[in-house]
Design a protein around this ligand. Structure first.
Ligand SMILES: Cc1cc2nc3c(=O)[nH]c(=O)nc-3n(C[C@H](O)[C@H](O)[C@H](O)COP(=O)(O)OP(=O)(O)OC[C@H]3O[C@@H](n4cnc5c(N)ncnc54)[C@H](O)[C@@H]3O)c2cc1C
Length: 474
């Protein structure tokens, strides 16, 4: 028989409060309960990651956060190499294009809960931010932990309690009914959430409002392992698109620049081509030569299009091949007339000489230019190809264990994208990376976690206060 228990009945023996600076995690371990006893609350948030904490930090109703791992905000703590690139500077109107096809659908919540709102929120919690030359925004302390702790302490002040080591394995309804697609206010049921402790013990929680914030599949050791896609499919009938690693490293065949590690290009053009057929994507951005591969934002951003067997093409100079060739020939003629009294045209005897010309003509690092000259066997024509259409076969793309985000996720057409509420189940919301939204590198993924979390929090608060639900157009 169901026994409804208020939160105050939770065993607090393992609870430790966060200090003023929030250096430890506020967590509770509830008294062992069989699935026959149910803990009731107004709001259950599943997942104490970036979006779950951001939602709780903006929701004054209080409630419970159920977290499968033993730590809160693990991925947030890892973000930006521990520095946390929280968002990007500039007009929020520039953001939608950074999320590919999803950008248009989510633009209203981005505009309503923007990058400047996020910065103001952090400021109100004592976290100053700094903007780097490339537009990325970080906490001034450069410590992701400060950001995590700010959200955690705001959540705690709002009356949220985090219960760690509770992996949600099932979602249902108190009346055990099916999802009612035409559910009305009078037909609102409680959500029943079953969570499992590491020792296999099960706990039941009940709430009128449910927020799923369990992330995608990337970096599964951080806790977001994709398991919840099956749970929400079974419990709420939600479907997801194909899940792919994104912002992942690429392995290419025949990487030629191992000796030039550390050289970077600010405005490279990176294209991905299928084995046969038209270009899949063209992206601009910075590119870095590492000791074993190309890396940097342009490579990471292109990775979701890059299947093994596809081709990576790089233009280091942002000009067409013909333009580069014309400049090389012209520079070659001038240079050689003056130094050797002859014009060598399209072929140059010494690769060092061609290297010097390439470096000077295109303002490229001399070591890189020399290597291009060497690879071109002193042919200006070949050098023009290598500078503008340098092609490599993609051997592999980093899997989910190396991908910073998941491309694909819960289909957006299943949600009211002004509040992130399910169309099919009232008062249930999904936020953050588990949705079919992934941004380019630069703070856009945490910005979406923030915007979607704020939208859900505002809608829940409006519902609870019995006013009309807030939508992004208001
Ligand atoms: C190494 C790395 C660096 C990154 N750096 C940046 C950056 O600098 N800037 C940026 O914008 N983005 C960055 N990202 C991406 C960004 O961190 C994520 O997009 C963001 O954390 C997603 O937030 P989320 O709340 O949706 O998911 P998560 O942060 O993954 O949180 C999901 C939470 O749900 C929990 N959970 C999962 N399943 C269950 C379950 N069944 N029951 C209970 N709990 C569950 C997980 O343990 C986890 O705590 C980075 C990602 C990685 C991996």
């Amino acid at each position: 028989m169901k026994q409804s228990t208020r939160l105050k009945n939770i065993d607090r023996t393992n609870h430790h409060d966060i200090s003023a600076r929030g250096k430890s995690v506020r967590s509770f371990t509830p008294a062992a309960a069989s699935t026959s006893s149910v803990i009731s609350t107004d709001v259950i948030i599943v997942g104490a990651g970036a979006s779950g904490l951001m939602c709780a930090a903006n929701l004054k109703t209080g409630g419970l956060i159920l977290e499968s791992s033993s730590r809160v905000g693990t991925k947030l703590l890892m973000s930006g190499h521990g520095h946390c690139n929280i968002t990007h500077a500039g007009s929020i109107k520039n953001f939608p294009s950074c999320y590919g096809d999803a950008g248009k659908t989510i633009r209203k919540i981005l505009y309503k809960y923007s990058n400047t709102d996020l910065v103001s929120f952090l400021d109100s919690r004592g976290i100053k931010t700094v903007t780097q030359a490339d537009g990325r925004v970080f906490p001034e302390s450069m410590k992701a932990q400060d950001v995590r702790d700010a959200f955690l302490s705001a959540s705690s002040q709002n009356g949220f309690k985090v219960i760690t080591n509770r992996k949600v394995v099932e979602i249902g309804f108190s009346d055990e009914g099916q999802i009612n697609k035409e559910s009305s206010e009078s037909d609102i049921r409680q959500y029943i959430v079953t969570a499992e402790a590491p020792d296999g013990q099960r706990f039941c929680y009940e709430a009128k409002h449910l927020v799923i914030a369990t992330g995608g599949k990337s970096y599964p050791r951080s806790g977001s392992d994709g398991f919840m896609f099956d749970v929400v499919n079974e419990g709420l009938g939600l479907e997801h698109t194909e899940l792919k690693p994104s912002l992942a490293p690429l392995e290419i065949k025949g990487y030629p620049y191992g000796e030039l590690s550390g050289i970077s290009f600010d405005k490279a053009e990176v294209s991905i081509y299928p084995n046969a057929g038209r270009r899949l994507v063209l992206l601009n951005g910075s590119l870095l030569l590492a000791h074993d591969n190309f890396t940097g934002p342009a490579i990471l951003n292109s990775s979701k299009y890059a299947e093994p067997g596809c081709w990576l093409q790089i233009n280091y100079v942002g000009m067409s091949r013909d333009e580069v060739l014309a400049r090389l020939i012209s520079a070659t003629g001038t240079e050689f007339k003056s130094s050797h009294g002859r014009c060598s045209g399209a072929r140059i005897a010494q690769s060092g000489e061609l290297g010097a010309i390439i470096a000077k003509e295109f303002a490229l690092p001399r070591r890189f230019a020399n290597e291009v000259a060497k690879r071109s066997a002193c042919s200006a024509k070949k050098a023009a190809v290598l500078l503008t259409e340098d092609r490599f076969e993609i051997e592999s793309r980093g899997d989910f264990s190396k991908a910073i985000v998941t491309a694909g996720g819960l289909r957006l057409d299943q949600f009211d994208c002004k509040s992130m509420q399910l169309k099919s189940a009232q008062n249930a919301y999904c936020i953050g990376e588990m949705l079919d939204v992934d941004g380019i590198t630069g703070g856009y993924n945490l910005q979406f976690a923030w915007s979607s979390a704020r939208a859900a929090a505002a809608s829940i608060e409006a519902n609870i206060n019995n006013s009309s639900p807030i939508c992004a157009e208001d």
